[in-house]
Design a protein around this ligand. Structure first.
Ligand SMILES: NC(=O)c1ccc[n+]([C@@H]2O[C@H](COP(=O)([O-])OP(=O)(O)OC[C@H]3O[C@@H](n4cnc5c(N)ncnc54)[C@H](O)[C@@H]3O)[C@@H](O)[C@H]2O)c1
Length: 365
């Protein structure tokens, strides 16, 4: 598949030796999808022209031959309908974020997943990094004390060359509300920052006050934004996200401060988790070392000092989903779920509502 994220899922699926790519709808253009299937030496009969045909044909196969889990890696507006159809037909799903284009859709999907009893993983990739998992474990073990401040930043610059001319803007599906949904920047990357805060701290973001920017009045969707946070433990925080931070690549970082210390992690340097300690020198945690939590250790494949990255993080999410499908024990943070999707969509809606009302506090429902 020609998509940006397809290769990450493909490699990740194979990493834990839990999956074999068997078939799918590999492109919106059936010929291209077929070429891809040939290139990968897949059975051409299982390269399907549409999801409807995929479901119909796969359901005619015996259960032990049928595809068990389907990854949805299309532009955002297709996620809900595709997920709804797959879950209704009893397939397990791994879905790209944002899970849907509205919180109502996400909630109805959550209900359906519960009714059908299928496994639903949401690929908030960054939750798969060992040092993010170490951060989650250390916060749960009270290593930094009571949380009093959270700060997540996600800066990219890739939209800068496209944003200044209308014709160039039209080529970017993420700037088209019909394909992207109600938000570009907060929906695409701000939601990762949101998810990481709730994932690592175990807290919920209760209220937001947001200032979003479209840069040009005729550009409909946000490309930059700052969101102040009130957490459900009373602490405060901030998410800053931008796709016009010129020159930035994938500068995602998170810092959580408690009354005993702080933890800081940067996606572009994912092997290092900085532990700031009240009244003592800072420490650096690195993957694969025995001082890490069991959860972080089981998320690392290789000896200390060998860098693991985005593919490995996604691989950890795939491994978590596989464990759930196979009924093996797994940590509650092994993969983000449909509920994380509901939270993410509620956040995006609250942020848009806050900004459009002139920067007022809005509850994340
Ligand atoms: N988890 C992450 O960190 C991360 C990173 C990048 C993208 N994403 C998400 O992945 C999704 C895809 O983003 P992308 O950047 O890879 O997009 P992309 O434009 O590179 O690829 C989209 C793909 O979807 C295919 N497609 C479109 N309509 C289809 C249909 N009806 N049936 C089958 N295939 C169809 C296209 O042929 C194309 O291959 C988005 O929802 C995005 O938010 C997530």
């Amino acid at each position: 598949m020609s998509s940006f994220i397809g290769i990450v899922h493909r490699v990740a699926a194979y990493m834990g030796e839990n999956y074999v790519l068997t078939g799918g709808v590999f492109d919106i253009d059936f010929d291209k999808g077929n070429q891809f299937a040939v290139q990968l030496d897949l059975d051409a009969a299982r390269s399907y022209p549409s999801l409807e045909v995929f479901i119909e044909k796969e359901l005619t196969l015996a259960e032990d031959e049928r595809i068990q889990v389907v990854s949805i890696l299309t532009p955002n507006f297709l996620h809900f309908e595709m997920a709804r159809k797959l879950v209704s037909a009893g397939f397990n799903v791994i879905c790209e974020k944002p899970i849907t284009v509205s919180a109502d859709e996400a909630r109805s999907l959550e209900k359906l997943v519960q009714e059908k009893g299928v496994v639903f993983g949401l690929s908030h990739t960054y939750t798969g990094y060992p040092m993010i998992r170490q951060m989650k474990s250390m916060i749960a073990q009270n290593k930094i004390g009571r949380i009093q401040k959270v700060d997540a930043q996600y800066y990219q610059g890739w939209i800068n060359p496209s944003i200044h001319q209308e014709e160039e803007r039209k080529k970017v599906w993420r700037l088209n509300p019909k394909m992207s949904g109600m938000s570009c920047c907060m929906g695409d990357i701000g939601v990762h920052a949101f998810n990481l805060i709730e994932y690592t701290t175990g807290l919920e973001i209760d209220k937001v006050l947001a200032d979003l920017h479209t840069l040009y009045p005729e550009n409909e969707l946000d490309v930059d934004g700052t969101t102040l946070l009130r957490m459900n433990n009373g602490s405060r925080g901030v998410i800053t996200a931008s796709q016009i931070a010129t020159g930035e690549e994938n500068n995602l970082s998170i810092a959580v401060y408690g009354d005993q210390g702080g933890l800081k992690w940067e996606q572009e340097h994912p092997m290092y988790l900085k532990h700031l300690i009240e009244g003592a020198p800072s420490q650096i945690y690195k993957p694969g070392n025995p001082y890490n939590s069991e959860f972080a250790l089981e998320s690392t494949k290789i000896a200390p000092g060998h860098p693991e990255g985005l593919f490995d993080a996604m691989g950890n999410i795939y491994n978590g989903v596989a464990a759930a499908i196979q009924g093996r024990p797994h940590s509650s943070g092994a993969f983000p779920t449909v509920h994380d999707g509901v939270r993410g969509m509620s956040f995006i809606e609250a942020v848009l509502s806050s900004s459009s009302q002139g920067q007022v506090w809005v509850k994340v429902s």
